[in-house]
Design a protein around this ligand. Structure first.
Ligand SMILES: [Fe+2]
Length: 291
């Protein structure tokens, strides 16, 4: 197994691992180390069934099963289908997942540790791969905060609300998703997490806030909270913290969610087909120290 860093702020290619086979504890540790150091890792040239994708992912923690989601691999609810393909008038996957900056599951009391995505069909135009996944480095964003801000915000908490991203998609992206019902809102009440977390792999502090779900700094008055969040949202997307991943078919892309935020770039049309299978690893095996 060989880890080849991108030379950018995030990202590495891991060669020499076949994710369809069980791998050794040493190899597992190597992947965890690379995830901590690079945030985002790519395993090229994989051939996986949905079951093998789930088995690989489950080594890193419990897998989330989205009960409301109908776009699941038949018989394997922990494998979700992301796709814009329509067969016989029926969407085979969720078409507009994650199309703005966010962190998966920050609105949940058990947050996400990692995502594992398997690229089966990747759209291309004029030789260029479309539908990139962009990332921003929250270790670097924390390090880059003004010292007084690190001091003042230490110990404070941020409220994360699932409905924020949902409503943004309806309002700004023309999504046809209906508003959340009261029952759905009740099932996903906003939750708070510390604004800074200690990363479970690196032991370093990270900024844990994201424009997709963060709505309020609980300990600040409303106006100051809004100003501070606006500053953080701008700060955390500085060019030097960012990295764009360009997909190739049969890539498995894995990233950790505690030290990164991400954005699915929607630069392809309805007839430029994309098909990705995804597992969501919860922070049950790797947890931030505060939680
Ligand atoms: Fe996401």
């Amino acid at each position: 197994m060989r880890v080849i860093p991108t030379g950018e702020t995030l990202g590495a290619t891991i060669e020499g691992l076949d994710l369809a086979r069980p791998f050794s504890d040493d190899e597992f540790e190597g992947v965890v180390r690379a995830l901590g150091e690079r945030g985002v890792v790519r395993f090229p040239g994989q051939t996986l069934t949905g079951r093998q994708l789930a088995d690989f992912s489950a080594r890193f923690g419990e897998l989330e099963i989205n009960v409301a989601n109908t776009h699941q691999e038949p018989g394997i609810p922990e494998v979700m289908i992301l796709s814009n393909i329509v067969e016989d008038g029926k969407a085979i996957g969720l078409a507009d997942a994650g199309q703005d900056w966010h962190t998966d599951m920050s609105y949940s009391s058990t947050i996400a540790f990692a995502n594992v995505l398997y690229g089966i069909k990747i759209p291309r135009r004029a030789g260029q791969s479309l539908g990139a996944t962009e990332f921003s480095n929250m270790h670097a964003a924390y390090d880059g905060l003004p010292a007084e801000m690190k001091r003042d915000l230490e110990g404070m908490t941020v409220l994360h609300d699932f409905n924020k991203f949902w409503e943004m998609m309806r309002r700004e992206k023309g999504s046809k998703r209906p508003p959340l019902s009261d029952a759905q809102k009740k099932a996903k009440p906003p939750v708070s997490h510390p604004v800074f977390l200690t990363h479970p792999i690196t032991g370093r502090r990270v900024l844990y806030a994201n424009p997709g779900y963060a709505v309020r700094i609980n300990e600040l008055p409303q106006k100051e909270s809004a100003q501070t969040l606006a500053f953080l949202f701008q700060h955390q997307l500085k060019a030097e913290y960012r990295y764009a991943f360009h997909w190739e078919e049969r890539d498995v892309l894995m990233w950790e969610d505690i030290g990164t935020i991400h954005n699915a770039v929607a630069d392809y049309g309805p007839h430029e087909h994309r098909l990705i299978k995804r597992c969501q690893v919860m922070a049950t095996r790797f947890q931030p120290e505060e939680e």
